[in-house]
Write a protein that binds this ligand. Structure first.
Ligand SMILES: [Cu+2]
Length: 504
């Protein structure tokens, strides 16, 4: 399908995320999305303050790394379309669940002596330590500071195959400027659906945020699983760290990203995946890198970095500059995942073409929230992350928060609207857990007891193996119910999630 046809099928205003200059560059055979260069995803923009879109998950065959794989995707694309809007806009999103009906669970009772089928699977939708009903879905707007209630960022909604739901999300006028994303969040099918490709970017910024002449790249890194349909419906195929995952950028396998020496490009990196971390080394790509925002919160001052770590769910907005001419590998650097070493993996190539360009362009400055002070903290809490054996879970391994796997009827934490709290996550397991808190971003205060003086803002941050993470969050603007969970989605589906209620 051509991008134009995709645009017509999306039912909204569609544009490419390129400036006029970039389009001219592309036509001349150079520049963003030009010959041999990675293109941005199709884009839907708000019109007169409202963004209207239809997201339609389907299960269909796709060619990834030249092999056919059966994937769950939005609108037949990998990733879904980028949604671009401004602070103060509203999103009207119709979610049409066109996935096939859920097969009835058929447990192999011989594997579970002494347990009945109901013990293992529970009534439909009622097993909280194992994947189930992989075609049931809903939507989460990851990182958005919006209401968690009603038709907004409400992850307690259920959209069954054949059903549709009209979301309406009002973005506040004061919403932070940056990169966000949407993905399904129905407890039990999250790992299968995001691991299969259901994700897309959301950009919130004023019209003049990215100056003309600074090409903007959206780089959506996914780690797609699936060799055939049968395999992908078996949770044992996607619940493991060592499952065969294919790194794609904007749905492309090992693409090339081109820029000229001395040229600047604005890269919006999103790790939209289920399990594996992605450390990146810009120096090794022949690039200078200046970070301007993380997880949808602008930095107070841009920071030059050599490398960065993306945890599943993280975004980093970074201005890169071509330094060293040549063809460089973009490598997912080795990562020590608890007791397991993840190898280096080439995920793309960066072609810095020799040139004399000199660009000093940067995105416009945008407001950072004020630091959360000691005086604001009304309560300090400790939250313990753990694991336990549970025969209902895949590989018999369930995950816990404060000793309990996810229970939809229990509200662990009930902060009051208009206050701020300090939470320390204590990781009693031998694996890192990137914890994500919905609705409000947080400031990282300390890692394993070591203070972090710059107190960076994130919405997802790793609690080290056998370590701790101390963070502060301010519960502003929105009361209501949401969740906190590990963004290793097989851990979430195996119980590492808890409810939070902001009391009015
Ligand atoms: Cu985890």
């Amino acid at each position: 399908m051509t991008l134009g046809a995709a645009g017509a099928a999306l039912g909204g205003a569609v544009a490419f995320g390129w400036s006029g200059r970039a389009v001219a560059d592309a036509l001349s055979g150079f520049g963003l999305g030009g010959a041999g260069d990675l293109a941005n995803p199709a884009e839907i923009r708000s019109v007169d303050g409202t963004l209207t879109a239809t997201l339609k998950p389907t299960l269909s065959q796709a060619l990834v790394d030249d092999k056919p794989r059966k994937l769950r995707r939005y609108n037949g694309g990998l990733p879904g379309p980028t949604l671009r809007l401004r602070p103060g806009d509203a999103m009207n999103i119709r979610l049409e669940n066109a996935l096939p009906p859920n097969p009835l669970p058929v447990p192999d009772l011989a594997e579970y002596p002494g347990l009945s089928a109901e013990d293992i699977c529970g009534p439909p939708g009622n097993s909280h330590v194992a994947p189930h009903d992989l075609n049931t879905t809903n939507l989460h707007f990851h990182g958005l500071h919006v209401s968690p209630k009603g038709r907004s960022d409400n992850v307690f909604l259920t959209v069954e195959p054949g059903q549709a739901f009209n979301y309406r999300v009002q973005i506040p006028d004061t919403h932070p400027v940056g990169s966000f994303w949407y993905h399904p969040h129905w407890h039990g099918s999250v790992a299968a659906q995001i691991g299969s490709g259901m994700a897309g970017m959301i950009l919130i910024e004023p019209e003049d945020y990215v100056p003309p002449g600074l090409p903007e790249r959206q780089i959506i890194i996914q780690t797609v699983i699936g060799s055939d349909a049968a395999a992908f419906d078996d949770p044992r195929q996607f619940m493991s760290l060592s499952a065969p995952r294919i790194f794609t950028l904007n749905g492309q396998y090992r693409p090339t990203l081109r820029l000229r020496q001395g040229e600047r490009q604005f890269w919006r990196l999103l790790l939209a995946n289920d399990f594996q971390f992605c450390p990146l080394d810009f120096k090794a790509m022949g690039l200078k890198a200046i970070v301007v925002g993380r997880d949808g919160t602008p930095l107070r001052e841009p920071v030059e970095v050599d490398s960065l770590l993306l945890s599943p769910g993280n975004r980093t907005d970074v201005v890169v500059e071509g330094l060293a001419p040549g063809l460089h590998d973009m490598v997912r650097q080795p990562y020590r995942h608890g007791l397991v070493d993840l190898d280096a993996r080439t995920i793309a190539r960066v072609h810095v073409e020799p040139g004399k360009k000199r660009s000093r362009l940067m995105p416009a400055r945008a407001a950072t929230p004020p630091d959360i002070t000691d005086a604001e903290i009304v309560r300090k809490r400790t939250v313990v992350l753990g694991e336990r054996r549970d025969r209902r879970a895949v590989f018999d391994l369930a995950f816990t928060i404060d000793g309990q796997s996810y229970d939809p009827d229990v509200w662990h934490l009930e902060p009051k609207l208009g206050t701020a709290e300090e939470w320390t996550f204590v990781n009693t397991t031998a694996y890192p857990h990137p914890m994500h808190i919905h609705i409000n971003p947080f400031q990282v205060v300390a890692i394993s007891g070591e203070p972090v003086p710059e107190r960076p803002w994130y919405d997802t941050f790793v609690v080290p193996a056998a370590g701790t993470l101390t963070l502060r969050s301010r519960f502003e603007d929105f009361d209501g119910d949401f969740v906190t969970h590990c963004h290793i989605l097989p851990h979430e589906d195996a119980g590492m999630m808890m409810n939070v209620r902001i009391l009015p």
